[in-house]
Design a protein around this ligand. Structure first.
Ligand SMILES: Nc1ncnc2c1ncn2[C@@H]1O[C@H](COP(=O)(O)OP(=O)(O)O)[C@@H](O)[C@H]1O
Ligand SMILES: [Mg+2]
Length: 248
């Protein structure tokens, strides 16, 4: 895609490769095998080439959908952008530290939703005063008013995900990565989340949204990366890439 030169590049991926070394279970051990033999066997590793030379440039105000079938390397690419997964070849440059939804928000299951809003807000770098200012908005957004005094371990996974999303988006992010978090909510929550993502983008943020919902991607993103088995198949305007993906 020809990039307009007046927009600020925010993330540059240059020939990114990621390889995972995994322990492959060889033949089943039998009772006759010595412990040493079993240990030697389990030392065999296999390499999974999860990304095979992915390059792109993301700009300010870009909202980028990331699509592809299961195991194609979407989450690996997102973790590489955040710096959680090292590249085995190539580089990623980011203009500021990217935030990944859910990661870093060290929520504690035995504490109430209310305490976790405060804790999560502090972890994001908000002051106590800012958290109190935003508290009602976060709780409303998560739709957890009735449950906010209960310990988080009583929440369903959907409720937990909604709370994490609400906390994380209480702050403006320059680079925000959302990996399939929207899938857990109901339609109302999804609509609200999508509006929130558009708001972040409109405030000069850059958003990456990994989703299997083409509707969410179409409603939120101006651009889409399609990844298949570690290769970047296509990078272009949302409607064109979705059409090609669905035709494949
Ligand atoms: N921590 C890991 N260790 C080993 N292999 C992994 C790990 N994470 C992902 N993989 C493998 O890398 C490939 C890409 O996975 P992933 O990035 O999770 O794909 P997606 O998010 O598109 O479903 C898959 O083959 C998966 O099995
Ligand atoms: Mg994934």
């Amino acid at each position: 895609m020809a990039a307009p030169t007046d927009r600020k590049p925010v993330v540059i991926a240059d020939d990114v490769h990621v390889e995972y070394r995994v322990l492959a279970t060889g033949k089943r051990a039998t009772a006759a095998d010595s412990a040493r033999k079993i240990l030697q066997r389990s030392r065999k590793t296999r390499t999974v080439h999860a990304l095979k030379g992915v390059s792109f440039t993301a700009y300010e105000n870009d909202s980028i959908g990331v699509i592809g079938s299961n195991g194609s390397g979407k989450s690996t690419l997102m973790r590489a952008i955040v710096g959680l997964t090292p590249t085995s070849q190539g580089s990623i440059y980011a203009a500021s530290r990217p935030s990944m939804l859910g990661v870093g928000a060290a929520l504690i299951k035995d504490l109430s939703g209310e305490r976790n809003v405060i804790l999560g807000g502090l972890a994001l770098g908000l002051t106590l005063e800012e958290i109190h200012e935003k508290y009602d908005e976060i709780v409303e957004f998560a739709g957890l008013r009735k449950f906010i005094e209960l310990p988080m371990r009583t929440y369903s996974s959907g409720m937990t995900a909604r709370l994490k999303f609400a906390i994380a988006t209480a702050r403006q992010h320059e680079i925000l990565i959302v990996d399939e978090a929207l899938a857990v909510g109901d339609k109302t929550f999804r609509d609200r989340s999508e509006a929130k993502i558009r708001e972040i983008r409109d405030n000069a943020g850059t958003v990456f949204l990994v989703s299997h919902s083409m509707r969410s991607i179409a409603d939120t993103c101006n651009r889409v990366l399609w990844i298949n088995q570690g290769d970047l198949m296509m990078d272009g305007p949302t409607d064109e890439v979705i059409a090609a993906y669905e035709a494949s």
